[in-house]
Ligand binder design. Sequence first.
Ligand code: SAH
Length: 274
Amino acid sequence: MSNAPTRPSRFPLPLAKLGKSGSAAREVLMPQRHLREAALDASRQSAPSGLGLDSGVVRQRMVRRLQQDGLHDERVLQALAGVFRHQFVDSALATQAYEDTSLPIGHGQTISKPSVVGRMIAMLMGGTTAAQQCGLGRVMEIGTGCGYQAAVLAAVAKQVVSIERLKPLHDKAKLNLAAAASANIRLIYGDGRLGFAGAAPFDSIIAAAGGEDLPQAWLDQLAPGGRLVAPMAVPGGRGQVLVVVDHRQEAGVSRFVRSEYEAVLFVPLKSGVM
Ligand code: SAH
């Protein structure tokens, strides 16, 4: 008996090891096919081995880029890192879900850029009440869209009440958020310009669509000490800016203090439901 060690198999492997009559060999020689299959896997959200879109790695990478670009609130970064953005967009767009870009969600609407979602939530976090220091408290969101921002908000809020005026998007968000299993989100089909008096007052209000004015109902439904963040049109058709309104109350008298920030681009805030 020989003591010589068995030599391990080396590449190139004999054709016989690759399958019957060379057919497997043909597959091995077509890398495009594997790339296509990997992309399909990713868009079916089932890529194995932690390297697909379900992997925390892609979300962490997105969050690191947002951090480098100036988003520093750790609670917001964690919230963004915890939400699977690709599950909120069409599977054909899933591979773009972790880029800092807005994407179409149907019905002429878009999911906001992660950097803008992060920026607005960080602005809400900067409010002064106790509720805001330990999270956003009770939040009203106007413009549920596909439900992505609602899911991020839910990670830093006690409760999120999110309103959408387009029934198909309201229904889509319901499905998306059922998959995300965020228990503290309540979805309302209605005109967000009216707010939602049934659940008011809110510690925080955030709008994902920009109007010419701030609806009175939002100010009425903002709790004392609460903060509102919304895009608003600049008069004269000069685009939109982010507006922050703080509800201050001294000796029982309410004051609304308004500040304006950078230019943004949001879909219009419309009236009524469809
Ligand atoms: N936060 C969303 C962004 C959606 S885009 C997301 O993460 O996907 C803004 C949404 O605001 C659109 O779906 C639009 O239909 C909705 N919208 C516009 N005006 C509205 C109103 N008055 N009430 C409720 N939703 C409104």
